[in-house]
Ligand binder design. Structure first.
Ligand SMILES: C[S@@+](CC[C@H](N)C(=O)[O-])C[C@H]1O[C@@H](n2cnc3c(N)ncnc32)[C@H](O)[C@@H]1O
Length: 263
């Protein structure tokens, strides 16, 4: 597990995500409009097509789901549309406001709570969730183990924990080390930890056991075009047969996706 900066505070983390909520530029349309939210979703699952399979929204129909770090709510609306009883905890007020607006826009219902997931067990009662889900969040918080402990308390004994952490052994981590990339779209992310599978095992120790780990996601597009909503694949990836790129993603993808069960 490695960190980018010396002991940033939770307030610095919140300020960073308030300045620019995650994926907020996924559409050039008026922020908060229905067209905007539709385009945000389209782009998110175009660029990260592994997410719906991992979240498996339909599986949680009628179940109680807690999302840690919903951001601007793309996965959130899909859990609710699939029939989940959905709650979320999100640190960034700006992000949560957009999720709230998104729920209103589509007439969806959920329990959306502003707060620090490191203390989520003070906001939700024990052993109530069938699924605790978190995509790309726990590596951004100062005390990841506190989130794990809190998640353990609110999950049902027969519940499941699905979450994504950034992978230490990844193409992206290599590029960041080489000074050729940065962890997030916005410069200066206060905390972006990376994990090996062994790190994940240690992180979960005594709270959850790993059921499955998969790795995916190498971002292949030319950034200068991507920010203009054009999708041109980098020439070095374009030259690869699809199976070769898929093999690379499954070994060196940035997203380490973990399914774990409480112990
Ligand atoms: C990379 S974004 C991911 C958002 C969303 N899961 C998605 O996939 O679009 C990280 C999110 O985690 C939230 N976050 C970071 N630390 C948190 C904490 N301690 N408690 C709750 N949310 C947190 C940030 O505010 C931000 O919205």
């Amino acid at each position: 597990m490695t960190t980018n900066s010396a002991e940033p505070t939770i307030n610095e983390v919140a300020a960073y995500w308030n300045r620019r909520p995650c994926n907020v530029r996924h559409s050039p349309r008026e922020v908060g409009s229905r067209e905007y939210f539709d385009e945000v979703e389209e782009r998110k699952y175009f660029v990260e097509p592994h997410i719906p399979g991992f979240a498996d929204f339909a599986r949680w129909k009628g179940k109680r789901v807690l999302e840690i770090g919903c951001g601007i709510g793309t996965d959130a609306v899909n859990f609710v549309r699939a029939g989940a009883q959905y709650s979320a905890i999100e640190l960034s007020a700006e992000s949560l406001a957009l999720t709230r607006r998104r729920f209103e826009t589509y007439g969806l219902e959920g329990n959306l709570v502003l707060g620090n997931a490191e203390q989520l067990d003070q906001l939700f009662s024990a052993e109530q969730f069938d699924l605790v889900y978190s995509f790309g969040v726990i590596h951004h918080t100062p005390r990841p183990r506190a989130v794990i402990d809190a998640a353990r308390r609110v999950i049902r004994p027969d519940g499941e924990f699905r979450f994504m952490l950034y992978a230490r052994n990844s193409w992206k981590a290599l590029m960041i080390e080489a000074g050729l990339d940065q962890p997030e779209a916005q410069f200066g992310c206060p905390i972006a930890l990376t994990f090996t599978e062994d790190d994940v095992r240690q992180l979960l120790d005594g709270a959850f056991r790993i059921e499955a780990v998969t790795q995916d996601h190498i971002f292949p597009y030319v950034i200068e075009k991507y920010v203009k909503y054009e999708y041109e694949v980098q020439p070095w990836f374009r030259a690869m047969p699809q199976e070769m790129f898929a093999a690379l993603q499954s070994r060196l993808g940035w997203h380490l996706m973990i399914k774990a069960l409480p112990v």
